[in-house]
Write a protein that binds this ligand. Structure first.
Ligand SMILES: [Zn+2]
Length: 395
């Protein structure tokens, strides 16, 4: 028997062969995503409660995320610093939320609608320890958020941004919103940082803060860094502190797709078998066409590599950290549901509620998030260019 060995920078695999083609290295990387590891990372994030911005528990979570990224081998962590001052007067309600026909982001509402509200009442959290953990209020001032970067071997001056927000609200554990997206990004940072993985282009793994105050952390990043894109610094060093943005991929609420509320307002207790990952772009963005194509690339990567749940594409991306990027680079978001028509109609009863805790979700829920991770990992590996090495044959 002849054994082929593919020396791949994306994974090292051996296979038996006479005439079969070499295995796809991306399959090996996707195989490194494990449900139990993904769950453990979400669980790790929930130790900091709701991680509300401007609190000690939020700062402790940023420290913990950074330590994890370093331990995965994504050692070049950096922080964005910015000042956050809450608005003097509360922002008026979005008129899109009042309409019975049109939903957020230009979406069209259909069917049964239940309220999608933010819980601000600590007494609605029945777990006294968690209520205590979440009790320190937010104070205005300095904020930090962390990212690390997989540096491309042949094109370090260009990158894809893979992101989620690490802060939460609602007096729960922000397990789904957005521990599920943060853990996804962290797991991808771990796998792309493996010693046998090389990519042509760079990939930045970013965990935004202050999403829940109106995308403030992502907006700060865009404001501070958009003009640094593609500049070598110091000159001649081969280093690019802000590689040119090739695309921005946000992950926000990855677990729960139990369908539309029933007419009596109740929900199915189980993940619906036809659950899907919703990939959205915004049709009003300057780069809408490019974003649509990027979304389709993700859908096709899902079809090829994701094990359980399909992906669908929609044009109404909204209320998420990819929005500040969308006129500057192709920007998409991945979610459990469409943000406008579905989440906006109350499809996730745990959204910003005390029930957004780890114990609310079961393996069928967590597996939807894992399938989104498989989708993004595969799509980004293709787009950033996993480099294959020599193929040798051993007799
Ligand atoms: Zn969120």
């Amino acid at each position: 028997m002849r054994i082929g060995i593919l020396i791949s920078f994306c994974s090292i695999v051996a296979w038996t062969q006479e005439s079969t083609p070499p295995p796809d290295p991306i399959t090996g990387m996707v195989g490194q995503l494990q449900l139990e590891r993904y769950k453990a990372t979400i669980k790790g994030l929930t130790q900091f409660g709701d991680r509300r911005q401007g609190t000690d528990r939020n700062r402790a979570a940023v420290d913990w995320i950074e330590a994890q990224l370093k331990s995965y081998g994504c050692t070049n962590t950096e922080r964005v610093q910015y000042d956050y001052q809450p608005p003097a007067t509360p922002t008026p309600p979005n008129p899109a939320n009042q309409s019975q026909i049109n939903g957020p982001g230009g979406s069209r509402r259909r069917g049964v609608r239940t309220p999608d509200r933010v819980n601000n009442d600590p007494l609605l959290q029945p777990d006294l320890k968690l209520r205590e953990l979440n009790s320190q209020p937010s104070t205005p001032g300095l904020r930090e958020e962390v990212y690390c970067t997989k540096v491309g071997r042949t094109h370090p001056e260009e990158m894809y941004i893979v992101a989620a927000h690490m802060d939460g609200i609602g007096w729960g554990e922000a397990a789904n919103d957005d521990g599920s997206g943060t853990a996804l990004v962290m797991e991808l940072a771990r796998i792309f940082s493996g010693p046998d993985v090389q990519t042509e282009r760079s990939i930045r793994f970013a965990l935004w803060n202050n999403e829940e105050t109106g995308l403030s952390g992502a907006r700060a990043y865009v404001a501070q860094r958009k003009d640094l894109q593609g500049k070598e610094s110091p000159a001649g060093s081969g280093q690019y502190p802000e590689p040119k943005w090739l695309g921005m991929i946000q992950h926000d609420m990855m677990l729960f797709d139990h369908g539309m509320p029933r007419k009596d307002g109740t929900m199915s207790k189980e993940q619906r078998p036809e659950a899907d990952v919703n990939i959205e772009y915004q049709m009003t963005a300057k780069l809408a066409e490019d974003a649509m194509h990027l979304a389709r690339r993700f859908q096709l990567a899902n079809e090829k590599y994701a094990t359980d749940y399909p992906a669908n594409v929609g044009p109404h991306m909204t209320n998420t950290d990819s929005t500040p990027f969308m006129d500057l680079t192709p920007a998409i978001s991945l979610r459990e549901n469409e943000r406008g028509a579905q989440l906006g109609n109350g499809w996730d009863p745990h959204h910003h509620q005390p029930t957004d805790v780890y114990a609310t979700f079961n393996d069928d829920d967590f597996r939807l998030g894992l399938n989104a991770a498989q989708t993004t990992l595969a799509a980004v590996a293709e787009l950033a260019g996993c480099i294959r090495g020599e193929i040798t044959t051993v007799k």
